[in-house]
Design a protein. Structure first.
Length: 254
């Protein structure tokens, strides 16, 4: 059985005090419990602190971004090699906020995916459609294009030990009701497409959902057969709500 993977994307939030207190309380609550598969993505400046704080726990640390280059004259950037060196496990690639605000395109996303794999980190490829695309019934086409970027350039094996996060852009950062059956259908569509290339990878790959997930809807979302985890933004900044979500895992039997 796959353990649901819960990732907290803290985005541009938190400070040294918040990171330390939150992680101290979280480590205490989880108490080395191996049933949990949890990761925290703090801002870049807090990664090292988060790694040191969670060293003896089951919590793994995720970076929100990397540069397309491994090293060199790229002022202000951080490479996958550097993240690997300090003990990061996962890296978010192609989050919609980076695609939109930083104009990341397919070429950048592919380069970042390659950098992450080259350094034996685990990429979390974020995919999903805008509201306009959803209204035009292009959701499947958009998701397919975004996963095909990897398959066509690197081959299906690139998805071995990789994660896909389906994050419809219209649902991110909002508090909107989620039509869980529809989300499940998209997840199934993504998995079925991977299955066309490789049955084993399609079974093993973690396909997470992200967008307006909270402690009230998390259980129903995680109970869906093709939803293997959740990526949480806003709600993960509230310690009590985050703990409620984590506790839900005990009720998930697939
Ligand atoms: C996200 O940005 O990855 C996300 C899922 O945000 P939120 O949970 O706030 O919708």
């Amino acid at each position: 059985m796959k353990k649901p993977l819960i990732i907290a994307n803290w985005k541009l939030n938190g400070n040294k005090y918040f990171v330390n207190i939150f992680l101290e309380k979280l480590c205490y609550k989880l108490n080395k419990n191996k049933i949990y598969n949890i990761s925290i993505a703090p801002s870049l400046i807090h990664l090292n602190e988060a790694i040191l704080k969670t060293k003896k726990s089951c919590i793994k640390i995720c970076a929100q971004n990397i540069d397309i280059n491994s090293f060199g004259a790229f002022t202000g950037d951080v490479s996958a090699t550097m993240l690997k060196n300090i003990g990061v496990k996962y890296v978010l690639i192609g989050h919609s906020e980076r695609r939109i605000y930083h104009k990341e395109n397919n070429k950048d996303i592919l380069k970042k995916f390659i950098e992450v794999k080259k350094n034996n980190l685990i990429p979390i490829l974020c995919i999903g459609e805008t509201l306009k695309e959803k209204k035009k019934k292009q959701t499947k086409k958009i998701c397919l294009n975004q996963i095909n970027l990897i398959i066509n350039n690197l081959g299906i094996k690139a998805f071995k030990n990789s994660i896909i996060a389906y994050e419809p852009i219209w649902a991110i950062g909002k508090k909107i009701p989620i039509k869980i059956q529809k989300i499940q259908k998209i997840h199934n569509f993504i998995r079925s497409n991977i299955k066309l290339y490789d049955k084993k990878i399609s079974k093993k790959i973690i396909i997470q959902y992200g967008g307006s997930v909270n402690h009230k809807n998390a259980e129903q979302i995680l109970k869906q057969p093709d939803i293997d985890g959740i990526l949480i933004g806003n709600n993960s900044l509230n310690f009590n709500n985050f703990i409620k979500i984590i506790k839900i895992i005990k009720n998930i039997k697939k």
